[in-house]
Design a binder for this molecule. Sequence first.
Ligand SMILES: CC(=O)N[C@H]1[C@@H](OP(=O)(O)OP(=O)(O)OC[C@H]2O[C@@H](n3ccc(=O)[nH]c3=O)[C@H](O)[C@@H]2O)O[C@H](CO)[C@@H](O)[C@@H]1O[C@H](C)C(=O)N[C@@H](C)C(=O)N[C@H](CCC(=O)O)C(=O)O
Ligand SMILES: Nc1ncnc2c1ncn2[C@@H]1O[C@H](COP(=O)(O)OP(=O)(O)OP(=O)(O)O)[C@@H](O)[C@H]1O
Length: 527
Amino acid sequence: MVVQESGTPRELEHHLRPSTVKGIDFDQLLEPLAATAHGAANKRPITGVSLNPQIVQPGDVFLAISGAKRHGAEFLDTAIANGAVALITDEAGLNLLAEPASIPVAVVSDVRKIAARAASMVYGTAKNCPELLAVTGTNGKTTTTFMIRAITEALGLHAGLVGTIEMSARGQIIPSVLTTPEATQLHGVLARMNEQEISTVAMEVSSHSLSYGRVDGLQFAVSGYTNLTQDHLDLHGSMEDYFQTKAQLFTSGHSQRAVVMVDDSYGQRLAQNASIPTESLSLDAHTNADWHVVNIAPSVLGHQFTIVHRDGREIHARTGLPGLFNVANAALATVMVLASGVALEQLQEALKQADPLSVSVPGRMQVIGESPVAVVDFAHNSDAIAKALESMRVTGQGRRIIVFGATGDRDKTKRPDMGAVAARHADIVIVTDDDPHGEDPEPIREQVAAGAQAVIDAERAAVQLFNIAPRAKAVEFAVSLAGVQDAILVAGRGHEVSQDVAGIDVELDDRVELANALKLHGFVTIY
Ligand SMILES: CC(=O)N[C@H]1[C@@H](OP(=O)(O)OP(=O)(O)OC[C@H]2O[C@@H](n3ccc(=O)[nH]c3=O)[C@H](O)[C@@H]2O)O[C@H](CO)[C@@H](O)[C@@H]1O[C@H](C)C(=O)N[C@@H](C)C(=O)N[C@H](CCC(=O)O)C(=O)O
Ligand SMILES: Nc1ncnc2c1ncn2[C@@H]1O[C@H](COP(=O)(O)OP(=O)(O)OP(=O)(O)O)[C@@H](O)[C@H]1O
């Protein structure tokens, strides 16, 4: 039975903790964390760790960080009201306390740096943790982790998942806030999964998580790399920094082994400079790699293919998910499971019997209608938009129609590129809003549209370009233009069910909007 939990973030946090924690005296944490106690020594037992005051549970030590916008210590009252029994902060946090805190306080130089260690000590994850398989890269993390989970279950084992869409184990699904949770939450959920006798956890590791130390203190049995294309330059500043951040995962401090897709230059660098045992994987026969994906042939919406090692070993597989990029994801998931020590014959049998690589992933190339083909996808950077559009099969005189926008308050440099790529690969481009966050949405649309217009002026005059908001209206407009031979791609929001407009969550689900628009215009929807 599958249970999708809902509730406030604090109620959900309750489901992300082990059911029993022995507890550790606050004093015992101090020396290993190089923390200085302020006030009397205290033996109060700590049973949890949180750096978000809103989700603190009774018995937690609250880690008040110095954030980019606020200091956690400003919210100490909330943490105490929620049951925090001790505080660890930095000098700045200590100075923010208006009066001596009513709970024991300790000070460290950098709270984020000790978060993983503190959580690991409280939850015991250094010793008691399921096997972890990590996936990183710009695109494909969610899909690949869903596939790893499905393979693990097809092998008859219990699998856990931590990623953008959900954290789940044993049929219990908790919706995610971040792709990779903060270390405090991560160690809690891994301890819970260990208690539930989960054998393998497939986990997405974002570059943010590596930058913020969210995966510190974890050892991944196998880490996989999908690809690296432009995104998140607001955090990294340059592609080189983005790459170096990802590359940290592929060192002995984090991982025992690696499987690296070498179909881009960053993957090749990663494999060449690897300091841990690494297997390379490619879809390109001309690329030097340990594993090649060969005999790729269309099969229903997806493909069947063979993964061949240079030593002659072969794995026959298929995925029902559309797009060649999903062959790459499927091959990576398969080789990662093999690298974790599963016997090839056993893996081959599981692939044959259960078809795990066809697992449906919410909002990833999710088919909402077949005639016209109408798909909701999470593509929100240039490479993903190009690949998603390429994978949309149109019949006869069919046209490709795309509806998409760019997020506010994030990497602004990618906006015109996203517009340009859309104009190169689609016949009708409808620019709309994504999550504006704190930004005015109109200039964002204009920056995306300007990129599309430049391509139309220079290369593809026949492309029609529209700028329409709000998003639901743009989706409806796309369907109003479509005929049965056309293909509509609504890109960028995937599984998400609300839009962040100036800090307010506005209900919006692309799948619902697209299905409603198809019905309105007399088409059939399968959603
Ligand atoms: C850029 C980034 O990652 N920021 C993270 C960072 O925020 P920050 O340093 O600005 O912290 P802050 O907002 O100043 O808050 C500081 C402290 O005050 C607390 N606070 C703050 C405000 C308030 O009203 N109440 C409150 O209690 C916060 O809980 C925190 O403890 O620390 C916060 C506390 O954990 C995170 O919530 C926040 O993630 C934000 C929400 C976020 O959107 N992160 C995204 C970009 C992210 O990490 N994404 C990657 C995936 C990217 C991808 O591949 O697409 C991910 O792994 O999810
Ligand atoms: N291997 C791939 N190469 C390029 N694009 C891909 C690949 N896999 C998926 N995509 C595209 O990227 C989108 C996001 O896919 P997915 O959610 O699996 O990636 P992700 O890395 O988890 O993304 P995010 O970090 O933004 O959550 C998909 O909807 C699809 O359009």
